[in-house]
Write a protein that binds this ligand. Structure first.
Ligand SMILES: NC(=O)c1ccc[n+]([C@@H]2O[C@H](COP(=O)([O-])OP(=O)(O)OC[C@H]3O[C@@H](n4cnc5c(N)ncnc54)[C@H](O)[C@@H]3O)[C@@H](O)[C@H]2O)c1
Length: 357
């Protein structure tokens, strides 16, 4: 199979990441890179063209696929230009600032007959894939809660991330990944209600904390919580990384860290219809709390997964040559944007929002 020839727009943090990955992966060739700030192109790797404008990239017949890695508020216009130049598109997340922009992008890409997908590579994160494998294997029984969280210590944001007009704030930054993961984990479930608390705890303009509750028609409530200023001095348990808790009526599971450490946990002392029977724990008589006696808590390893971000582009290559579907379908990203709208509405009103009635 010939190489897929890529042009990257935006040579900031993510543009560099894409350049690094796609120059070593089989099946890809990075043809050239553009950036409105020409200084950003100074360290483009040898053998890759440095365009003086995006237009030059769009006009380059060598480029088959445009990978948009510019600021969030640029995605819409750049995607339209790429589509009109006949290029296939991989767009960074969030695919657009709002549904109106995305609908426009869907219409124009359809009219131009180009392929369009989004870089939601966090569907390949080992912590998420492990959590999904636990849910899929069903050994926790009826799941009642899934909690996904991420905490940071550095609070304030940088560059364009501090401006609403450029698509800054944590909901657009990490929120879109965390929500996409929850919806991707349970694609068949209808999301009925959404409640959100969104704050700017220490940032002036953009959100830096959110707690989002999502109630599904499969009786699971998913909670996503992120705080960039959520401090502790407990450095164990990978505090400043990802965390998952999944609770079912036959056991729980927890995961800590991007390379997750965790266990499936069950109890040998589950009381069934115990009436007024007393239970003794090491802390004294109690029915629900206190440290369990030795031997009551049983653990099992979590399923092993072997995934990484490269898998996103492995899928893209196969899908590009017609061997499979793109991992990220545009209607899925539309559902995530619609969810973000509901999250904002709930954050603004303090009321729960009916999502998919
Ligand atoms: N998928 C992920 O895990 C992930 C991680 C980080 C960032 N991102 C996304 O990648 C995109 C870029 O984020 P970043 O952190 O790399 O930002 P960044 O500020 O480091 O880089 C953005 C670059 O785009 C350039 N740029 C802006 N407008 C442009 C335009 N119209 N034409 C050409 N170049 C333009 C800027 O000059 C800058 O060099 C954002 O959409 C962000 O959400 C995704």
């Amino acid at each position: 199979m010939e190489d897929i020839r890529i042009g990257i727009i935006g040579h900031g943090f993510m543009g560099h990441e894409h350049e690094k990955m796609l120059t070593v992966m089989d099946g890809y060739r990075v043809v050239g890179i553009s950036d409105i700030d020409l200084k950003q192109l100074e360290d483009v790797k040898e053998g890759i063209k440095r365009y003086h404008s995006n237009e030059e990239l769009f006009q380059d017949p060598e480029v088959q696929v445009v990978l948009i890695a510019a600021n969030n508020n640029q995605h819409h216009d750049l995607a339209l230009q790429a589509a009109r130049a006949g290029k296939d598109i991989i767009c960074e997340k969030p695919v657009a600032m709002n549904l109106e922009e995305l609908d426009d992008m869907m219409r124009i890409t359809r009219e131009c007959g180009v392929r369009f997908t989004v870089h939601h590579q966090r569907r390949m994160d080992p912590d998420f894939c492990t959590a999904k494998a636990i849910v899929d294997q069903g050994s926790l029984g009826d799941i009642y809660t899934i909690k996904s969280s991420l905490y940071g210590f550095n609070g304030n944001m940088h560059d364009w991330h501090v401006y609403i007009r450029e698509g800054g704030g944590m909901l657009y930054d990490w929120g879109v990944h965390l929500l996409d993961q929850i919806l991707f984990m349970m694609p068949e479930a209808k999301l009925t209600n959404v409640y959100a608390d969104i704050r700017n705890v220490i940032n002036q303009e953009v959100d830096d904390y959110f707690k989002i509750l999502m109630r599904f028609d499969n009786h699971i409530t998913a909670e996503v919580e992120l705080g960039t200023y959520y401090l502790t001095d407990k450095m164990h348990d990978k505090w400043f990384e990802r965390h998952w808790f999944i609770g079912g009526n036959k056991g729980s599971a927890y995961l800590d860290g991007f390379s997750p450490e965790g266990k499936i946990v069950r109890t040998a002392g589950l009381l069934q219809n115990a009436g007024d029977k007393r239970t003794m724990t090491a802390a004294g008589p109690t029915r629900s709390f206190g440290p369990p006696p030795d031997g009551k808590i049983l653990t099992e390893p979590v399923p092993e997964v072997n995934t990484n971000h490269k898998d996103y582009f492995e899928n893209y290559r196969k899908a590009y040559w017609g061997e499979t579907e793109f991992l990220v379908q545009i209607p899925e990203t539309r559902r995530v944007l619609a969810l973000m709208d509901a999250v904002r509405e709930s954050g603004r009103t303090g009321q729960s929002v009916i999502f998919e009635a």
